[in-house]
Design a protein around this ligand. Structure first.
Ligand code: LMG
Ligand code: NDP
Ligand code: PMR
Length: 406
């Protein structure tokens, strides 16, 4: 299937390289709509999503240099010992990567965490200057943040970001997948550098690769609680009123995603249907919430990483709605404030996400957090589709070999 071949080539972690002849095979298979009964990078092309990497017919080479770099990077960070109260006092600053921290929820979370003095925030942003300016105008102290370039709409950029991060020598204690695009008025699909429909390509696939790569860095963290957080939303959950506003999220059998989301030999939509920008965003949020759960099932026990998702509330004033019609942008905030009462300020939403990052009591993995009217957090119920185990498996497109055992 095209995504498994195209994306297999592109989504491959940089810690692996593919022999030339096998790359040729991947390129060949990119144009083939249906490849049956072969496996690629541990994914069965016959059923799209076989998790069993033992059936891998193509070999993946490991790039030991890459791995060594990661180990060196972590070795330079001071070790902590939490066994005594004294040691607790000297707990080093946590190190958190937040994607899309140049505005809205990401920026507010960066600010909330930086203000505690306990966190160094790596703002992973596509627009370096905008992020620097945003950090300055939010009043984030220089010592508490670093801006690093990341364009989630390019898998090369994702890999480059991970390399740069490792070179920085900082540990990774928490990764927050926050960035997103929403294209509700688009009539035709647009695409990422790798040819995936832009909303799902950015919001889900870019974050998926980033998460899979950075899980290795998280594993090596000696911080008391290491976490990988993927921002979800109510509008992807059809067990809510908000989730029933058309167009509703629906992934179907995910044939479009499996086919490459390229709008050529496959649909640009996950479910294989006609392009709809608002639906694509909601579908991407379902993918985000499914991915979190799949990560939990696959990696929580082995890595000790807490995987979580959340609905931060309706932050009706953010840049997310920049592509919506002007009338919507005017009416949406008062509608949410006075009618649905689902409105939260950017500041409040930032505190919520910061809580999921740093609250020592929120260590439960596999949870979708929400907040009630008094801003008290609770474990929320996901819709049937957003909890579907089979669909969750399909969001994990690349089965990556465990490369901890050198
Ligand atoms: C689509 O339109 C667009 O086509 C698409 O491009 C994209 O933008 C998409 O979701 C985004 O929307 C959707 C359309 C659907 O929405 C609208 O046209 C309405 C937009 C208006 C939004 C702003 C509201 C402004 C209100 C004005 C208020 C002014 C406030 C002033 C306040 C001052 C106070 C002093 O909309 C519709 O189709 C409408 C019908 C939707 C109803 C859906 C509800 C379904 C409920 C089903 C029940 C499900 C049961 C679930 C049970 C769960 C219970 C827990
Ligand atoms: P904003 O538009 O304010 O923030 C989105 C961020 O993502 C921006 O920093 C943007 O960068 C960044 N971004 C977009 N594309 C890319 C890319 N290709 N590479 C890197 N960064 C990128 O929206 P919100 O703060 O509202 O959204 C944040 C999260 O909250 C999203 O995951 C959204 O789904 C979720 N959410 C939002 C809700 C709301 O009501 N607003 C409700 C529920 C969930 P730039 O500044 O350069 O544009
Ligand atoms: Mg919704 C009952 C409450 C409720 C909540 C909490 C939201 C959140 N919305 C609610 C209800 C309604 N909305 C109703 C009744 C309508 C019909 C008038 C409605 C409409 C609506 C539109 C057109 N709402 C929207 C849109 C958008 O374009 C936003 C969207 O879907 O973005 C994907 C949106 C949202 N409503 C929300 C939230 C949180 C959003 C924003 C985005 C997101 O999920 O990230």
């Amino acid at each position: 299937m095209a995504l498994q071949s195209a994306a297999a080539a592109t989504l491959l972690p940089s810690a692996f390289s593919i022999p030339k002849e096998e790359m040729w095979y991947l390129l060949q298979s990119k144009s083939s709509a249906y490849l049956k009964n072969s496996t690629l990078l541990g994914i069965s092309l016959s059923d799209h999503v076989k998790a069993d990497s033992s059936s891998c017919s193509l070999r993946i080479k490991r790039d030991c240099n890459q791995r060594n770099l990661a180990i060196q990077a972590v070795a330079t960070t001071p070790a902590i010992n939490v066994s005594t109260p004294e040691a607790k006092k000297t707990l080093r600053k946590g190190s958190v990567v937040i994607t899309g921290a140049s505005s809205g929820l990401g920026l507010a979370t960066a600010k909330a965490l930086a203000e505690t003095g306990k966190w160094h925030v790596i703002m992973a942003c596509r627009d370096f200057l905008k992020a620097e300016r945003a950090a300055k105008s939010a009043g984030i102290a220089k010592d508490n943040y670093t801006v690093m370039h990341l364009d989630l709409a390019s898998l090369d950029s994702v890999r480059q970001f991970v390399d740069n991060f490792r070179r920085s020598g900082r540990p990774l204690d928490v990764l927050v997948c926050n960035a997103a695009v929403y294209l509700p008025t688009a009539k035709e699909p647009t695409f990422t550098a790798d040819g995936f429909e832009l909303s799902v390509g950015t919001n889900h696939l870019g974050h998926f690769l980033l998460s899979r790569l950075m899980m290795e860095d998280l594993k090596q963290s000696d911080y008391p609680s290491k976490r990988l957080i993927i921002v979800g939303s109510i509008t992807g959950n059809t067990n809510t009123l908000a989730g029933n506003v058309p167009p509703k999220a629906y992934l179907g059998d995910m044939r479009g995603l499996v086919g490459g989301l390229n709008g050529l030999n496959s649909s640009a939509m996950v479910d294989g249907g006609e392009f709809d920008g608002a639906k694509a965003y909601k579908d991407s949020k379902v993918c985000n919430m499914l991915t979190m759960q799949e990560f939990h099932r696959r990696y929580h026990e082995e890595t000790g990483i807490t995987f979580a998702s959340l609905y931060p509330g309706c932050i009706a004033t953010t840049g997310l709605f920049r592509e919506h019609i002007p009338l919507f942008r005017i009416l949406f905030p008062p509608f949410q404030k006075y009618i649905t009462k689902g409105f939260v300020s950017e500041e409040e939403s930032g505190k919520r996400l910061a809580q999921v990052v740093s609250d020592p009591t929120l260590t439960k993995s596999g949870v979708y957090w929400s907040w009630n009217k008094d801003s008290a957090n609770f474990e929320n119920q996901l819709s049937q589709e957003a909890s579907d185990v089979e669909k969750a498996r399909k969001t994990n497109l690349v089965e990556v070999e465990d490369f901890t055992e050198y």
